[in-house]
Design a protein around this ligand. Structure first.
Ligand code: ATP
Length: 436
């Protein structure tokens, strides 16, 4: 029995037999692709992939750590012919990285609407003419809006035409770099990244304030760009807004084309849900689809989480997915989101929305916009977290709990009198409840 199977056996002791038989037993461990810090498993269906990712990856990583003493990243991917097909490249390491593209991230599976049309068109065109039209393409936008999906869709197309494609997050690029520095094999690192045809780097914002890796990335970028190889990058914000980046990198990120992805509009959300249901053979009525699309604000990953939950619960409990059942599952999800909310998250979201610094909200500042933001933050923290009045007072730098209770009373009065204020509170509360 290999280590991957041993870990699954251990997991068996921690979950129900039904869960094990339905989800875990059929996982395939890929001995070749796994290493001392990476465990690669394949599942048969995308919903199971999601379900396992959400529910069991932390547990699996923990069990690996206990067994091997190493911190191991657990990758659960969809099993497909492509994942086992060898990439057409002589460089073994490149083949390893490029095969980690998710085959279900295709253009066909990506629903296009006003919110992502521009980014879609940009990526589609570089997948047809790599290195020739826009280089690099830099896609930015919020969490779970399809940046990785789009970039990998181009990667899949190009890999299928025989190009050597490397996909890595900045974290993986950095870990790979450290490993090669340690093993004194930097020549192999450079060979790998500078000789590929297409480089896809996810979460570029994590280069921020990491000088060594920025230097290495700069040279990789120059080598690829100089030889007409396609680069696609994603980040959570526009290159100009990523702090702690060398100016020469920042300007290069803007050389080609910068496109944003916005949260999907209702129609796009509906189309996405229908597509995911079609792919995963889940039957939902239009009423349920519309309900999910309306309740879940923006994060598509969260929508997928809901679909896997609905699917899994209905299978485990042998019930049909009807509207009441859906409402219950979503109620739990919203409750769970709220439980995960911290005062920091709330303050950050309010600060971002109102365009001020989180530290100003927690300062003693008395200017109108700071007081306004502080009131909103306090109110939402009181509503959505378990924080007590003394904890709120300490966090927001107020004298004591009576100061907080006084503020909350004031806010309640304001909510009654000032419609705009109420709308703002509702808007932020919904955003925080559904997307944390
Ligand atoms: N327009 C879309 N059509 C179909 N699926 C989508 C769309 N947008 C997002 N998704 C799905 O949502 C999930 C999350 O997308 P993805 O991982 O690409 O987000 P992301 O923007 O890279 O997020 P993060 O910044 O957190 O990494 C994926 O499973 C993806 O397939």
């Amino acid at each position: 029995m290999n280590i991957g199977q041993e870990v699954l056996e251990e997991l068996k002791n921690e979950i129900t037999e039904l869960e094990y038989n339905r989800y875990i037993r059929h996982l395939d461990y890929d001995l070749k692709k796994s290493s001392s810090d990476l465990a690669v498993y394949y599942a048969q269906n995308a919903l199971v992939v999601n379900w396992i990712k959400n529910k069991y990856t932390d547990k699996l990583a923990h069990l690996f750590e206990i067994k091997t003493g190493n911190k191991v990243t657990v990758s659960i991917t969809l099993k497909s012919a492509k994942t086992t097909k060898k990439a057409k490249t002589t460089a073994k390491e490149v083949a390893k990285t490029s095969s980690l593209l998710n085959p279900s991230y295709s253009f066909d599976n990506f629903m296009v609407g006003g919110s992502n049309q521009f980014a879609y068109a940009a990526i589609k065109s570089v997948s047809e003419n790599p290195g020739k039209v826009y280089n690099p393409v830099f896609i930015y936008g919020g969490v779970g809006l399809g940046k990785t999906h789009l970039m990998q869709a181009a990667g899949n197309v190009l890999q299928n035409t025989g190009k050597v494609v490397i996909y890595a997050t900045v974290e993986q690029f950095l870990n790979d770099f450290i490993r090669h520095v340690k093993n004194k094999t930097m020549d192999r690192f450079q060979e790998k990244y500078r000789k590929c045809d297409v480089l896809l780097i996810d979460d570029i914002q994590f280069l921020s304030n990491k000088e060594g890796i920025q230097e290495e990335f700069f040279h990789t970028f120059e080598a690829l760009k100089g030889t007409g190889k396609q680069i696609i990058l994603t980040a959570d914000k526009h290159p100009k807004k990523i702090g702690g980046l060398e100016a020469r990198l920042q300007s290069r990120f803007e050389w080609g084309l910068v496109a944003d992805i916005q949260p999907p509009e209702l129609e796009t959300k509906i189309a996405i849900i229908k597509k995911k249901c079609e792919i995963n053979k889940v039957k939902l009525s239009d009423e349920i689809v519309n309900y999910i699309a309306t309740v879940i604000e923006s994060n598509v990953r969260e929508i997928e989480g809901i679909l896997s939950k609905l699917h899994a619960y209905s299978q485990l409990m042998h019930v049909d997915i009807d509207i009441e059942f859906t409402k219950n599952v979503l109620k739990d999800q919203i409750k769970e989101n709220r439980q995960n909310l911290t005062m920091d998250t709330i303050t950050n979201v309010v600060a971002k929305d109102l365009n001020i610094k989180p530290s100003e909200i927690r300062s003693k500042g008395r200017s109108k916009n700071i007081v306004y933001a502080r009131r909103i933050s306090i109110y939402i923290c009181r509503e959505l977290t378990q924080s007590t009045m003394p904890q709120l007072a300490q966090y927001f730098g107020m004298k004591d709990h009576t100061a907080i209770s006084h503020t909350i009373k004031k806010i309640n009065d304001l909510i009654e009198k000032d419609e705009d204020f109420k709308v703002k509170i509702d808007e932020l509360t919904n955003k925080l409840s559904s997307s944390s």
